[in-house]
Design a protein around this ligand. Structure first.
Ligand code: 8OZ
Length: 372
């Protein structure tokens, strides 16, 4: 029976165990440049089978939060090299999460103070994190977006392709396309944000077009075997919703199955909340979603997320319902989570007050068993 500690090859990436570190925004990279503190943080967690980096904007337009590291400046690539070298020195594996926030942004973060962009001019009714003039961080209302012209979309797809190339140049083992949590890819997918009447709106095929164009551009650039994607069929994060997610994601599964990707990373339910959450009047079945992918020939590693503990993760992998399980908050507080799971040692408790912004406190100062 498969255990959490068995290795697995996902596409072209060999990973040492089934315990992945989920992408975690920490807002500790001023000017969008990764720094030495970031390198220490990731190196401490290198025993994860796979680290998925924090969301990494593919452009300034794709940036929605202050002090997150990008992949669109040459200095950022140099900064990320410190991170990947540190993780690789500890025999870890790390992929970059490529991110475009779409409407979940603020004019103060956008090029020349412009409006955030989205499939349609439908506000996110969410909050984002900015740095005030006095240097303090704060969550503020997202700004009202403008609808993208169809002619702008190929340029954004190309930003993902360029960022994927930059990720490989920076030493990452691959990338995860951020298709979840109500950000741009998810905004195109779902009826609650996409009111377009052109080839990118209306039907399931049209609403999936942007996602598939991004997947194809990234896979063509760096290889499908180094390309993963994160999806959240029923999350309400950042005000997103859909009238009927099951046929939508069954279609997405069938299309992704043709593309020989490295992994499919699925947030079950409400991100950071109830795994059983459903959009009003809908009922989404995650086994149906996974079976649609497998029955269409999909062979990528199937990674599940959202509030799993060691026992639930053990069961998910042993039953074959998942190949890997990702952990966010547990990796914040436990750099050596894999060893703690293996030995059954008590876990450190995450400090929510230091999740976003700041320095080493609540970032690189959690104790590991070695230090005890
Ligand atoms: C990248 C994020 C996501 O995927 O939801 C994120 C961003 C800000 C705070 C928490 C999470």
């Amino acid at each position: 029976m498969t255990s959490l500690f068995d290795p697995i090859r996902i596409g072209d990436i060999d990973v040492a165990n089934r315990i992945a570190m989920a992408p975690l925004t920490r807002n500790r990279s001023p000017q969008a440049i990764p720094n030495d503190l970031n390198a220490t943080y990731y190196e401490q967690r290198a025993t994860a089978g796979l680290i998925i980096s924090e969301g990494t904007p593919v452009s300034q337009q794709g940036q929605g939060y202050a002090d997150v590291p990008g992949l669109y400046l040459p200095q950022a690539v140099e900064g990320w090299k410190k991170v990947t070298e540190g993780v690789h020195q500890k025999d870890g594996k790390i992929v970059a999460q490529l991110w475009h926030v779409g409407r979940v942004s603020h004019v103060s973060l956008q090029p020349n103070g412009s409006l955030p962009v989205a499939p349609s001019a439908v506000p996110a009714k969410s909050k984002t994190y900015v740095i005030n003039e006095d240097g303090t961080g704060a969550f503020v209302e997202t700004s009202e977006p403008r609808a993208l012209e169809a002619t702008e979309i190929p340029g954004i797809v190309d930003d993902f392709r360029k960022a994927a190339r930059a990720a490989i140049e920076a030493g990452f083992d691959g990338v995860e396309i951020h298709g979840a949590n109500g950000y741009l890819v998810d905004q195109f997918l779902k009826t609650g944000a996409n009111e377009r009447t052109d080839d990118y709106g209306g039907s399931i095929e049209n609403r999936s077009r942007f996602l598939l164009e991004v997947v194809d551009a990234v896979a063509a650039e760096i290889g499908a075997g180094r390309t993963g994607i994160r999806l959240s069929p029923t999350t309400p994060a950042n005000g997103i919703s859909d009238k009927n997610p099951q046929p939508l994601f069954n279609y997405v599964a069938e299309q992704l199955a043709k593309r020989n990707l490295s992994f499919i990373h699925v947030i079950e339910g409400a991100t950071g909340g109830e795994r059983g959450f459903q959009y009003e009047g809908t009922a989404f079945d995650y086994d149906t979603f996974r079976n649609a992918y497998r029955n269409a020939g999909g062979k990528a590693g199937w990674m599940v997320n959202n509030g799993y503990d060691r026992d639930a993760a053990t069961e998910a992998v042993a039953s074959g319902r998942a190949d890997l399980v990702s952990f966010g908050r547990l990796f914040i507080a436990n750099p050596d989570l894999v060893e703690r799971f293996r030995s059954g040692t008590a876990l450190n408790t995450p400090d929510r007050d230091t999740f976003y912004g700041g320095g080493a406190k609540g970032y690189t100062d959690y104790p590991s068993l070695e230090a005890a």
